[in-house]
Design a protein around this ligand. Structure first.
Ligand SMILES: *Cc1c(COP(=O)(O)O)cnc(C)c1O
Length: 372
């Protein structure tokens, strides 16, 4: 039996009737841009996130980019973030003309190592941008305390962590603002690209609302130079249907993570992901560390088991950031992670039998390792 890394079809089958109904409603109204579906979804997300202001945008990337712009961050400014994340995090910083300044990660959670942040703060630092990687919140209290002390913005990259909690507080409601992605494979995935800015800071939310629509404050009056980055009504309609299931899906991801954890507990060569005390991890990815990682990929794939490396090249080693002058040794924990990590299949519909297959394949890999 093949076990795909993700199986979006399984979710669609379960929601087909509801999704098709709402999609045809949008077609009946022909209101594809703006309108009640978008407004309804923004309101529902605001309620889900305990009253923060939500502005739908075209992608998670744009959510981060427009938040940075709305916060007035631009050329000459520095933004502190993690090198062990999807490119968009630092790409957004660079695209507003600012400089991404990296801080190494914790070896167990893969999140930014908050202890190392302060030494990177300079006169030019404007914001801290923690990424809640793989669905687990970064250690936010120290981040918020540093921001307070140094007068910095906190922008959460929540692309992988919608529904996650930190000491009981929801991701997206911890900093000044957060970027969410509705890329189809994210925990709340649309039928294409989509994203959202969730902002506790109302002024920031209002500026994002202007920026996503060419800075128009009334018809053909442009207060700011913005862009076209609106969330489609069709996406909003589909996402409204799915949002109602998000908490259940996240709980199902956690159950599957717990099952992997129990089954892999007797494999000391492998390091399973941990959930830091006080965190509610929503397992966007289930990422293990293991020896001979590349060989494991070959042997899993040969058995029809999907797996992937997030992330094979930390951002400080990307060609496009060569001019920033980082060297490999600058972020040793991120480098080591990039060599050892492997993401296993995890999604709400994943069955026990499928998980057993993944576990058996991993145990076979480990058993075949040369003994010293
Ligand atoms: C997916 C992702 C993004 C970007 O979201 P898109 O919707 O694909 O533009 C940003 N940051 C992280 C950590 C992500 O995983």
């Amino acid at each position: 039996m093949a076990v795909p890394l993700v199986d979006l079809g399984a979710q669609y089958v379960a929601l087909k009737t509801e999704i098709e109904a709402v999609v045809s409603e949008v077609f009946e109204t022909q209101g594809f841009v703006g309108g009640p579906f978008l407004e309804g979804f923004e309101r529902a997300m605001g309620e889900y996130l305990n009253g923060v202001r939500c502005v739908g945008v075209a992608s998670g990337t744009d959510a981060l980019l427009l938040t940075l712009r709305a916060a007035g961050i631009g050329p000459g400014d520095e933004v502190i973030t993690s090198p062990f994340t999807f490119f968009a995090t630092a790409g957004a910083v660079a695209n507003v003309g600012a400089i991404p300044v990296f801080v190494d990660i914790e070896p167990d959670t893969f999140n930014i190592d908050v202890v190392q942040i302060e030494s990177k703060i300079t006169e030019r630092t404007k914001a801290l941008m923690p990424v809640h990687i793989f669905g687990q919140c970064a250690d936010m209290d120290p981040v918020l305390a540093l921001a307070e002390r140094h007068g910095l913005r906190v922008i959460e990259d929540c692309a992988q962590a919608l529904g996650a909690r930190y000491k009981g507080r929801l991701a997206c409601t911890l900093g000044d603002a957060a970027g969410v992605s509705f890329y189809p494979s994210k925990n709340l995935g649309g039928a294409g690209d989509g994203g959202m800015v969730a902002a506790r800071d109302e002024e920031l939310a209002e500026r994002v609302r202007l920026l996503r629509n060419h800075g128009q404050d009334s018809a053909y009056r442009h207060a700011l130079v913005g862009t076209n980055s609106r969330l489609d009504a069709l996406q909003a309609a589909v996402l409204s249907v799915k949002l109602k299931h998000l908490d259940t899906w996240n709980a199902q991801r956690r159950e599957r993570a717990a099952y992997y954890g129990a089954q892999l507990a007797d494999v000391p060569e492998m390091v399973a992901p941990i959930e830091r005390a006080g965190n509610y991890h929503v397992y966007h990815q289930y990422v293990v560390r293991l020896p001979a990682r590349d060989r494991a990929i070959e042997s899993l794939r040969a058995k029809g088991i999907g797996c992937a490396v997030f992330y094979p090249v930390p951002l400080h080693r990307q060609e496009c950031f060569a001019h920033l002058g980082y060297s490999e040794n600058d972020y040793p924990v991120a480098i080591q992670a990039s060599r050892e990590v492997l993401a296993l299949p995890i999604y709400p519909e994943l069955t026990c039998e499928q998980q057993d297959e993944v576990v058996a394949a991993l145990k076979e890999h480990v058993a075949a390792l040369p003994r010293i």
